[in-house]
Ligand binder design. Sequence first.
Ligand code: CP
Length: 306
Amino acid sequence: KRDLINITDLTQEEVGEILDLADDMVAHPEKYYEECAHKKIATLFYEPSTRTRLSFESAMLELGGNVIGFASANSSSASKGESVSDTVKVIECYADIIAMRHPKEGAALVASNACSVPVINAGDGGHFHPTQTLTDLFTIRKEFGRIDNIRIGFCGDLKFGRTVHSLIEALLRFEGVEIVLISPDELKLPKYNKESMTEAGIKWTETTSLEDAIPDLDVLYMTRVQQERFFNEEDYIRLRDTYVLDRAKMKLAKEKMIVMHPLPRINEISVDVDRDPRAVYFKQVRNGKDVRKALIATLLRWKEEM
Ligand code: CP
């Protein structure tokens, strides 16, 4: 069986095939109404989610399948101390595929090693969020027409933001991508991501100023300061509003720049930016469901072929 724990579990060719399948599913949804008939996905969410969990569930229902799962650790036997390994050994008796979110880095890998059904990492702590990455790649390709040769700025909490860590891993494999890191000193991108960019020969720069960076960007990827990963509330309060994208800052940007955000947002994008045609974060949400449909179908097809 194949799992998706890190985006690099997929070859570049496989990423392209999943995005192409998502395009076809959007164009011809009726072709896939029975794709997962009699199959079940288990959504095991030990950490809160709106988009990821409900898009997985919606995706499976649109493929003719069914959904089981839990939306918090408190409503499962994890609250009695059951381990992730034991839990997925139970779930594989009920479901054909698992999507799991967990606050601990590495939890999805533990799950994948413990069971015989495909496991999809729906976010593990501050580590990775590979299905958000597929969503983001799909959105950039749709909105911008290409992923190669873009200049993308990541702004906000680059230390704890798992969507940033995963998307950077994926962008290393595209041609001519330039990355601009925009964060306060306390929330800089981890060293291992910087080393990966340098090893891959990606051009990257770092700044604390969104105003300085925005005029040259093709894509601005805003992120929320991740309150749940802070040990100290005072630090969170001091840093949470470092960057607020508003209409004044949008005036500095290219006419064709796009603004992305994995959501949820707190204050980092002013709501009056939502009406700007360059703001694509709610389209990103819809794309997330389409891409997860393609991923579920692909992993189940691969399992059947084995
Ligand atoms: N983008 C994202 O992961 O959103 P949720 O936390 O609502 O799933």
